[in-house]
Design a protein around this ligand. Structure first.
Ligand SMILES: Cc1cc2nc3c(=O)[nH]c(=O)nc-3n(C[C@H](O)[C@H](O)[C@H](O)COP(=O)(O)O)c2cc1C
Length: 209
């Protein structure tokens, strides 16, 4: 059951560098991220799977020395579009039209609304909007990892400009948003392993009107 897996997962502090996550599990975690819903279906982000140990070592330097960055089996980098452009919007809507057998009047009007709205806005506001979409995929990837019984550490604790420079993201119109190391906990060396999961009480979080 999903809730059991969500209770099992925790933000793993110490990964076992000797343990590898099978590629089919990583594929399913990435597929969950690809299936994430996003505003207007734009999927304004990319996920970079960093396997190269030398690149990981560089990211560690801009990741406040968080050891999971190098000890994890796989490191996912969620990077959002730096801006919404007509070209990016059209690519998505051309695909929708092609895969659904043509562009309806409704779809055409909706595409036009996006083209009239997004590209003219402040690029930073557009990037922040795109980053919020990346977080939805990030959340689903975290849940999917738990479902696969793969440990993961959601991470915002890094210098995004540093990661962008290491991976050449700005040149690709992307800006890093979050990291997700995937691997297996090193039991006995992880101070958080086994500690009670603490959450605000449900009544503080949920109200019914
Ligand atoms: C967006 C986000 C950023 C986070 N950044 C870090 C981080 O940089 N390093 C870290 O060890 N944990 C990080 N965490 C983990 C949180 O501290 C952790 O999820 C929270 O305390 C709840 O605990 P749990 O995930 O173990 O249940 C982050 C979590 C989220 C969702």
């Amino acid at each position: 059951m999903l809730l059991d897996r969500l209770k099992w997962r925790y933000a793993t502090k110490k990964m076992d560098p000797a343990k590898r996550v099978p590629e089919e599990k990583v594929d399913r975690i990435l597929e969950a991220a690809r299936l994430a819903p996003t505003s207007s279906g734009l999927q304004p982000f990319e996920i970079i799977v960093v396997k190269d140990p030398a690149v990981r070592a560089k990211i560690l330097e801009v990741g406040y020395g968080q050891s999971q960055i190098v000890d994890a089996s796989h490191l996912l980098v969620f990077a959002a579009w730096d801006n919404y452009t007509a070209e990016r919007i059209n690519e998505v809507y051309d695909r929708i039209a092609a895969e659904r057998g043509g562009e309806t009047e409704g779809l055409k009007a909706y595409r036009q609304r996006l083209l009239d709205g997004y590209p003219g806005r402040d690029p930073e506001a557009n990037h922040q909007h795109a980053a919020r979409q990346a977080y939805i995929a990030f959340g689903l990837a975290i849940a999917a990892a738990a479902f696969e019984e793969v440990d993961a550490t959601p991470m915002e604790g890094f210098d995004p400009d540093g990661v962008d420079a290491i991976l050449g993201l700005r040149e690709r119109g992307l800006r890093s948003v979050t990291l997700l190391p995937l691997g297996y906990r090193k039991s006995g060396e992880d101070w958080l392993d086994g500690l009670k999961k603490v959450r605000r009480p449900r009544e503080a979080l949920v109200t019914t009107v």
